[in-house]
Design a protein around this ligand. Structure first.
Ligand code: 5AD
Ligand code: SF4
Length: 418
């Protein structure tokens, strides 16, 4: 979501005549688009901001802006603590970037109740895959999460605006869209999320539709039916579990039990047998015991996700969980994270190995970054596949026979192209 916000900022700047530079020293304007989901992201930003101070002292006309969730949270404080910063604006105020640059200094962190009606021209890289915002903000207030405080209340874009944006992308040659929202299952404007998917599914030129993120509580039977029936919806769902323990899920304010979750997984697998399911897990949530951790491990073994993102709990100021007292020893949490990642690595490899010998539809994205001389793309289930082929295939759907499986990617042989 942050990367797509940056694309919107780049779109605004391009329209104003700015051009991107690969060299920081050449820039007239530097925008830090910050993330505050965990402390680590915040630390990274702080050290970068410190480094840029020297540049500003050498080049006084250089303008520095801090955008994103840290900007939203700290506001004017950033200007006080870092006088070399000129502008501060939160994720709900990207549309003000142009007006802001006409001033000497500005802080824009107010709520934007009309954000669902702002259609910003994003400057995207390439023309194969595109992110498209379908909604903003979040109403869930999971107890550990800063997002509802920085991105505000949930607001859905009118389906017509989304439809038109995607038609424009199709005209430019884009083949795949990923619909973005903190909780896409609760999309609600003139239609609901399945209604939106049905509308988009008919856009000519778009071959694949993905979406993130789904909230397990709001995953409906109607949506499962859509994934099954609509040919362009890819067979992959990111469905954050966070913990296998009901006690922890309750403290997290997630709104479902483990039983509820596996019932949704059962329905998904029953309707769409080859669906890939990925998830997020948090370790070291306040008061988490060895027993809670073992329950999560058991859940991972039993569900067998295709992939997971695992994070150490990071207290975020202003959230409920940050006030919870029983914090967990850092060493224990680190070991738990190692256990979780180790277990999942084995599961992911095993699942990838099961694909050997199968034929997979791959959308070619570009030259492989890891495998020189090869090109790369993804299966419908979102797995990376590298194979020998000509770059003229970029943007095309090809059929690949999977030859080798690794943990983070597959290798294959080109069988045919469409
Ligand atoms: N600490 C650790 N992980 C977090 N996430 C969100 N907030 C926190 C936090 N305070 C994780 C959740 C979420 C993902 C995007 O980031 O797992 O699904
Ligand atoms: Fe954060 Fe929960 Fe909203 Fe996701 S659903 S953005 S974890 S509050």
């Amino acid at each position: 979501m942050n990367v797509h916000d940056s694309e919107k900022m780049a779109g605004i700047l391009k329209a104003k005549g700015y051009a991107e530079t690969a060299n920081t020293e050449d820039a007239d304007l530097i925008i830090f688009n910050t993330c505050s989901i965990r402390q680590k992201a915040e630390q990274k930003f702080r050290s970068e901001l410190g480094r840029i101070k020297l540049l500003k002292s050498k080049k006084p006309l250089l303008k520095i802006a801090v955008a994103g969730c840290i900007a939203q949270q700290k506001g004017r404080d950033i200007l006080k603590k870092s006088p070399h910063v000129d502008y501060v604006f939160g994720p709900q105020n990207i549309h003000k970037l142009s007006a802001m640059l006409a001033t000497n200094a500005m802080v824009c962190i107010e709520d934007n109740p009309e954000i669902q009606h702002t259609n910003l021209p994003a400057e995207r890289k390439g023309n194969v895959k595109a992110w498209v915002s379908i909604m903003y903000g979040c109403n869930n207030f999971c107890s550990y999460c800063i997002v509802p405080y920085t991105r505000g209340r949930e607001k859905s874009r009118p389906s017509r605006n989304i439809f038109e944006e995607i038609c424009g992308l199709a005209e430019k040659g884009f083949k795949e869209v990923t619909l973005l929202g903190q909780n896409v299952n609760s999309y609600n404007s003139d239609t609901n999320f399945p209604g939106l998917l049905r509308k988009i599914n008919v856009i000519k030129g778009i071959e694949r539709i993905r979406f993130v993120t789904s909230h397990p509580r709001d995953l409906s039977d109607e949506l499962i039916l859509c994934i099954k029936e609509l040919p362009k919806i890819c067979e992959h769902i990111h469905l954050p579990l966070q913990s296998g323990s009901d006690r922890i899920l309750k403290l997290m304010n997630r709104g479902y039990t483990y039983e509820d979750y596996i019932e949704k997984v059962r329905k998904l697998k029953e309707s769409i047998p080859h669906i890939a399911i990925t998830t997020d897990i948090i370790t070291g949530f306040p008061s988490e015991t060895d027993n809670d951790h073992s329950i999560t491990i058991k859940a991972l073994r039993s569900i067998e996700f295709d992939g997971i993102f695992a994070f150490k709990f990071s207290p975020r100021q202003g959230t409920k969980a940050a006030e919870m007292e029983e914090s967990i020893n850092e060493e224990i949490t680190s070991q738990q994270l190692i256990d979780i990642v180790g277990l999942q690595n084995d599961i992911t490899l095993r699942k990838n190995e099961a694909l050997k010998g199968t034929h997979q539809e791959v959308l070619v994205e570009g030259a492989s970054k890891t495998d020189k001389g090869k090109i790369t793309g993804r299966t419908r289930t979102n797995k990376i596949v590298n194979f020998e082929g000509n770059e003229s295939l970029i943007g095309r759907l090809v059929n690949i026979e999977i030859k080798t499986a690794m943990r983070h990617s597959l290798e294959g042989r080109l069988i045919s192209q469409s």
